[in-house]
Design a protein around this ligand. Structure first.
Ligand code: AMP
Length: 184
């Protein structure tokens, strides 16, 4: 099973992906986490990605698609995975579809978390994870990028009838219950 947890910054994708990982015994693939680890370890990918991330902009598609293709070679992804923060552009979605098709893997189901913008800003500014991009300016940029570049991903998957929309308002458990119901 391949699942894309989709939503704007602050929608709770990471938290819900961690819960899903446990429930369904599927690995969690977060491109944001891969980039943060690469920056910490000062790898070539980390050096390429750092300025984009600090500015709240998207890392270029080619870089992102390459790290995901590389990551998916790991045998732990044999039975699928939960994508979090990827794909973020239509180009990335098309590349992912092509990659999965080549592997003979099932296409992705998209679970879209719906949260109003005011709530997203509040959540991100109060989450206190010490992320370099979790400030007011960075969040404004990320929301703009989401609207312009990432929201079209949803239309792309809707045209393939792959999307389930889930309210991302409520307690973690309430949201998780909705997600589980949407999967089964
Ligand atoms: P996240 O942890 O998913 O919020 O990602 C943090 C930052 O990493 C984003 O604001 C982007 O700068 C970068 N990033 C993560 N995933 C992607 C992606 N799929 N495409 C482009 N940039 C990404």
């Amino acid at each position: 099973m391949n699942i894309i947890l989709f939503g704007p910054p602050g929608a709770g994708k990471g938290t819900q992906a961690a819960l899903l990982q446990e429930e369904y015994n599927l690995p969690h693939l977060s491109t944001g986490n891969i980039f943060r680890a690469a920056i910490k370890n000062e790898t070539p990918v980390g050096l390429k990605a750092k300025a984009f991330i600090d500015n709240g902009e998207l890392v270029p598609d080619q870089v992102v698609v390459e790290i995901v293709a590389e990551e998916l070679k790991d045998s732990k992804y044999e039975n699928g995975c939960i994508f979090d923060g990827f794909p973020r552009t239509v180009f990335q979605s098309e590349s992912l579809d092509a990659l999965l098709e080549k592997k003979g893997a099932p296409a992705c189901e998209v679970l879209a978390l719906i949260v109003p913008e005011e709530e997203l800003i509040q959540r991100v500014l109060s989450r206190g994870q010490g992320r370099t991009d979790d400030n007011e300016e960075g969040m404004k940029t990320r929301l703009g990028v989401y609207q312009n570049e990432t929201a079209p991903v949803l239309a792309y998957y809707k045209s393939k009838e792959k999307v389930k929309e889930i309210s991302g308002i409520g307690t973690l458990e309430e949201i998780f219950d909705r997600i589980k119901k949407a999967i089964t």
